[in-house]
Design a binder for this molecule. Structure first.
Ligand code: GAR
Length: 193
């Protein structure tokens, strides 16, 4: 559990790789009085991530890193996080796997959102795999990050029904709408709010 100290919001960083629709919902949430976090830094591995524009509009500091030299880059990120007094990380469509060393430095303080009902469909291409297996339900999961892919302790899940006309795109859209509600609810939950 992350401890909320005093009445000050905990500084958080959001890591993104693409559209940033979860980032958008987190920014909106963070501005509410009831939010225990503020978003002070956005990290991306992709200079073309659309979500970076959201950071600019909202005047949030952004950093883009090329993850080819992962260990070096992670050390730079750790100093960025320190500089910005970031105490919590939200992965939101971030498509790099963080090293065990990095995760240990933020133990219990990194959250991820995944577009499936974990432990089912860890990794990529979740919606197509759920359809191929004729699943009746899919959904999304917010969980703590540990060193095993998509395997940390689950905070909250939201289940949705798969209908017979669903394609991977329609399913992704339906799940994403739920993700935008689930991530803020999960943050409130870990702060016991
Ligand atoms: C979301 O569906 C998120 O769950 C997924 O990427 C999408 C990002 O959308 N994350 C993963 O697949 C992580 N393994 P967004 O950029 O619009 O928030």
């Amino acid at each position: 559990m992350v401890k909320l100290t005093g009445y000050k919001k905990i500084k958080a960083a959001v890591f993104i790789s693409g559209n940033g629709s979860n980032l958008k919902s987190l920014i909106k949430f963070s501005k509410k009085k009831k939010s225990p976090i503020s978003i002070d830094l956005i990290i991306s591995n992709n200079p073309k991530a659309k979500g970076l524009k959201l950071g600019k509009i909202n005047k949030i500091k952004r950093k883009v890193y090329n993850f080819k030299k992962k260990y070096k880059i992670e050390n730079q990120i750790l100093s960025d996080l320190k500089e910005h007094k970031v105490k919590m990380i939200c992965l939101a469509g971030f498509m790099e796997i963080l090293s065990r060393n990095f995760i240990n430095k933020f133990k219990g303080k990194i959250l991820n959102i995944h577009p499936s009902l974990l432990p089912k469909y860890k990794g990529l291409n979740t919606h197509q795999r759920a359809l191929d297996n004729n699943e009746k339900y899919s959904g999304c999961t917010v969980h703590f990050v540990n060193s095993k892919l998509d395997s940390g302790k689950i905070i909250l899940q939201k289940k949705i029904k798969i209908t017979k006309n669903d394609t991977k795109n329609s399913l992704a859209r339906k799940v994403l709408i739920q993700e935008h509600k689930l991530y803020p609810r999960s943050i409130l939950k870990i702060f016991n709010l």
